[in-house]
Design a protein around this ligand. Structure first.
Ligand code: ZN
Length: 319
């Protein structure tokens, strides 16, 4: 089988060997952090299964139909906020028919944790007595939110963050960034291509500097904290910004402990950080705890802007 997605050699190997031995289960769960290529690999698996040349060639009719969403035996369900039972009902009937042209029908449920209770129950019924010639692939970055009853019917394949080398190769090879920028982005991206794409946007990239200035006390605090917090939460980008805050304080901690700016994740902010880092170990450590706490609860917080503003005010370097 052929996969072109970055990294995850072990997972690709497992999938290849399941297919080669004819041991593909009726349901797979691809679990792991967002933006590392789980869904891409799931779609490449489908192409490998359907391809007229048997190798996810991307050129044959079957491969192109998978890519364009027109293949009659491939259904992609992908919710933004929730996956309701209505979206699954037609599929749950169809699975009792034979596939049209492929050897197996594939139903890919992306963000599977967004299934409502009813949708998850309907899926569970099908998974309990799976009709032949169907493969369900559930993709999730929050697998613990999928009911255990559903998860336990799936073979789980865990995906970790991508390596810095994998990310660098992707940014240079696919996105055609120059080497230095690719390395900086790879270090900032926490193993996630999605994060890299987020920070590639000029507006987001520049926000990092403004946040760093605020936290190190280079800018007047209260007004800026409110303004920045609004922008950090305006488009539900807060998890990216919380990741950045973690990496920022990891860097401060690193600078305090080693004085080595070569090992920073946010190398472009070395100037702003080095001025504020001296004696900042306790500041960095307590900030990291605060941010981790916030990461766990923010999603359930009704007023994210206010929560973020409060956090930012707590994170500013004590005078
Ligand atoms: Zn093909």
């Amino acid at each position: 089988m052929e996969f072109s997605a970055a990294g995850h050699d072990h997972q690709k190997h497992v999938l290849s060997s399941l297919v080669e031995k004819g041991k593909l289960p009726h349901a797979l769960l691809f679990a792991g952090p967002r933006g590392v290529g789980k869904r891409t690999i799931a779609v490449e698996l489908v192409k490998n299964l359907f391809c007229e040349k048997g190798s996810a060639c991307a050129m044959c009719r079957a491969c192109r139909n998978v890519d364009s969403g027109l293949h009659p035996d491939f259904t992609l369900v992908s919710g933004e906020t929730s996956i309701k039972i209505d979206e699954l009902r037609a599929i749950m009937k169809e699975v009792y028919e034979s596939p049209f042209e492929a050897p197996v029908r594939v139903i890919l449920i992306d963000n599977a944790e967004l299934m409502t209770h009813e949708a998850a129950n309907a899926l569970l019924k099908t998974l309990e007595e799976p009709p032949p010639s169907n493969l369900f692939v559930l993709v999730s970055s929050r697998e613990q939110e999928i009911p255990l009853t559903v998860r336990s019917r799936c073979m789980r394949l865990g995906f970790g963050p991508l390596s810095t080398e994998n990310l660098c190769a992707y940014f240079e090879g696919v996105l055609k960034l120059d080497g230095q920028k690719a390395q900086l982005l790879a270090a900032m991206s926490n193993g996630s291509i999605a994060s890299g794409l987020f920070w590639m946007e000029e507006e987001h990239y520049r926000m990092r500097q403004r946040i760093a200035e605020l936290l190190t006390g280079a800018k007047e605090t209260s007004i800026h904290a409110a303004l920045l917090a609004e922008r950090m939460t305006a488009k539900e980008d807060e998890m990216e910004y919380l990741s950045f805050l973690l990496s920022f304080f990891r860097d401060i901690w690193w600078l305090c402990r080693t004085g080595d700016s070569g090992g920073l994740l946010n190398k472009d902010l070395a100037g702003i950080m080095s001025g504020a880092a001296a004696g900042g170990v306790a500041w960095a450590e307590s900030s990291i705890l605060r941010i981790q706490e916030m990461s766990k609860t923010l999603r359930y917080n009704i007023n994210r802007w206010l929560a973020m503003e409060t956090l930012m005010l707590h994170l500013v370097r004590p005078a």
